[in-house]
Design a protein around this ligand. Sequence first.
Ligand SMILES: [Zn+2]
Length: 142
Amino acid sequence: MTGPERFATMVTCIDGRIQRPLDEWVRQRLGVEYLDTITEPGPESMLATTDERQLGVLLAKVAVSRRAHGSATLVIAGHADCAGNPVSADEHRDQLRRSLLRLTGRLPGTRILAVHAARCGERCWAPELVAETPGGPAVTHD
Ligand SMILES: [Zn+2]
């Protein structure tokens, strides 16, 4: 007997170098089998600063994952050496925190994690948790 398949959702950069390290880190940390993945160049910059219309386009993609696969966890991921968002590591983390705050009110019942993948050497990426919705698994407010 196997349980239901477990999914999480990730909004991450297009950068092919970070996909596998992030996928492995998230699946291990969250104990999920599959990670539905939406890509944007430098997504933490986009999420923190884009207008409401563009944000709505992205959240519609997140909603497909939630509806089809029952995902109730969203990971927002940024990374060092990002061509789409060439700012300092501190600014990446700041944008990740702002992205998380912006999405928290729009995704009630969704646990959100903000993750930054730093370099740890040649072909080595070390994801680290930057912020998470308070209390771990989110609770609905009504
Ligand atoms: Zn990037």
